[in-house]
Design a binder for this molecule. Sequence first.
Ligand code: NAI
Length: 368
Amino acid sequence: MEGDSEEADAEKVREILCNDCIEEEEKAVLKIAFFNTKDYDRIFFTKLEEEKGPGTYNCELTYLESRLTRETASLAAGYDAVCIFVNDDASAEVIDILHQCNIRLILLRCAGFNNVDLEACRKYGITVLRVPAYSPYAVAEHAMAIIQEANRRLHKADRKVRENNFALSGLLGVDLHNKICGVMGTGKIGECFARIAKGYGMNVLAWDPYPNQKLAEEGLLKYVTKEELLQKADLISLHVPLIMGENGTYHLIDKDAIALMKERVMLVNTARGPLIDAEALIDALKQGKFQAVALDVYEGEDENVYNDRSDEALPHSITARLQMFPQLVLTSHQAFFTREAMQAIAVTTMENARNFNEGKDPGNAKVV
Ligand code: NAI
């Protein structure tokens, strides 16, 4: 009898210890190496923590200025997760190093994941979570802003007026009203852009391999083939993801696609640089094909994007050559950059981290 009660006591102790273990596990703080930190990242993530109260997400962020690359990946040693952005390098080689550092999670502070080698992540069981949507309005509004800046030569006009040159030569634009807008990719951002274009009085044609018939039914746009869109549109805006390989979107706009376009067409890209073959674009720009081109993203941006190079020349770079054209406006991958989007990015990133840590379903944030 005595033996029985001892065993029962031992069982109770085991239970208590086990419960403590579970509590301990729940309390484990997720250590995150936050790569490529800019002042604005720190502001929005710190503000969120202040608002929600310390410990809300049970995560510890260490802000690193370095971009994630092969050279910097080993900085992830001692952390559970890395938090990265669009211009960080998460290629197979880098994932390999992250795996050696015992990284279990990659938190993307963006929607696109073309910079992450998903196969390598699967191989090592590294989870990849993204921010599927933060503000499609931010991107669509930027797209219309920069293509209008290029079309109405506002970038030149501002400079001229500041130099007391009030002449209008070289500033002639075209109306958008009654023109045809071609939207390539009618997901969240493409839909917003279509609504903005409609607001300008444009007729909207769209192409998407997975059409959203609701948009057609409500009369917002009409789906056509890619070729028809390229042939008919006066303004083309790209909103598809970058997908490599067969049926992908790499060089969606190449020499042949440009040849199909109208003379004096307008083209805007706020999706991903390699959707447009930059060499083909430069050739066509030289021939005067475009009324206006506006690029927030472009091939070759990775070496410059988010860096201040104002004291340097940009030898042999695509960016330097694009800068030559007066009808072209360039911004540096900033379409997402609004207060609302930054707040949403901070919230979703931290929720993703907490869900991972607590073993909860991350929903459509999950990439791998
Ligand atoms: P989404 O996922 O809502 O829409 C993407 C659309 O592309 C969908 O309608 C889909 O059917 C279509 N699509 C999928 N596979 C395709 C293929 N192989 N060929 C052609 N179309 C295909 O994405 P969302 O939120 O509208 O974003 C679009 C893109 O914008 C993102 O992939 C990202 O690259 C870019 N982006 C750029 C930002 C910037 O700051 N410049 C910020 C946020 C997103």
